[in-house]
Design a protein around this ligand. Sequence first.
Ligand SMILES: C[S@@+](CC[C@H](N)C(=O)[O-])C[C@H]1O[C@@H](n2cnc3c(N)ncnc32)[C@H](O)[C@@H]1O
Ligand code: SF4
Length: 366
Amino acid sequence: MNSVDSIYFHFPYCKHLCNYCDFFKYKLKNADQITNYHRYLEMSWPVQLELLNGYDYQFAPKMQTLYWGGGTPSLWGKRGAEFFREFYSQYFQLAQGAEFTVELDPGAWDEQGFDAFLSIGVNRFSVGIQCLDPDILPFVDRSHTYQESLETLQMMQRWGGNFSVDLMLGLAHPAQLTRNLKKELDQILSFDPQHISLYILSTRKNYPLYDLLPVDEYSAEEYLQVHQQLEKAGFVHYEVSNYARPGYQSVHNKKYWQQKAVAAFGPTASGFLPLASGGGLRYQWKVSAAEIKEELLDSEQMKLESLYLTLRQAEKFNPRQIAYLRENEHIFAGWIEAGHVKKEGNLYQMSPEGWLVMDSLVGQVL
Ligand SMILES: C[S@@+](CC[C@H](N)C(=O)[O-])C[C@H]1O[C@@H](n2cnc3c(N)ncnc32)[C@H](O)[C@@H]1O
Ligand code: SF4
């Protein structure tokens, strides 16, 4: 029997629904919604167990990583922490040194909830700052103010633990305003985060910000500028959108990038199980009931995903060991010349310039 020691929980409520966001969420209006959510999670456990057992998996007695994403799970607060403690004490424990992350948004948490999160073992926060420019923030459609962002960062610094900051690039704003990203990042770094995640804003047609988005070259310039600044500040750009101080890479997210087993709970949450056949099972929770949709990936689909996952990480790779690259090694001379990869001995490593054109690189080897 294989075991799963990582779980993602999707908390599907937010204070405000940002006009660019396609993640599954409702506006949080009353406590009954949380009661219903708890019921959904309780009904999910036997369904999940049956699925795992059917694919020769079981839950490990001790979890290595837990991740509450959303939505805005910091709104789950003290009540959520109490529910969660009871929920998981029935089924598993946290392993020594486990990583337990909660996404927390400025203006969407309180002290009581924060203390309760710590009391159940949460030891990492992912903070949705997105933009720390008080003039530009109002155009991003966030619910929080600049002041609330500062208060949240101050609280994180006082706590002194492991936290990450989400920052958005390619923001839409009036032409007369100039975003001083360097200044924003300097200010964020003054609070000592150990990790930064970048998101280039994208929206679909008919979304309010769609026609206001800057051209791709503008976002690319911001992306390269952030790379230079963060590397200078001692961060490692370890994945296309993620930076960490040494020792602080996200253990949970690396499980996805390495095609390892991660279970999931909550409406639309998606889990993954690698299978002995070389294929994999991706599954997703339905919204209407605590039921699961399954999607089997064959070994060819797994290889294709592995190609994307290899190229999005900074870890050096040997193309001879990777499907689609091994037949195309001749292409690498061009990639080196264009600065998309660097070569050391038999190994290659993606560069930030390469990450900006990753889809086109994949297109060349398929
Ligand atoms: C779904 S949110 C959940 C965490 C939290 N509620 C927040 O907003 O930070 C996770 C990340 O996705 C990003 N995101 C959501 N929609 C996006 C979009 N259309 N383009 C780029 N990033 C997006 C958010 O900015 C956030 O950093
Ligand atoms: S707060 Fe986060 S999850 Fe909620 S709508 Fe905004 S971006 Fe989406």
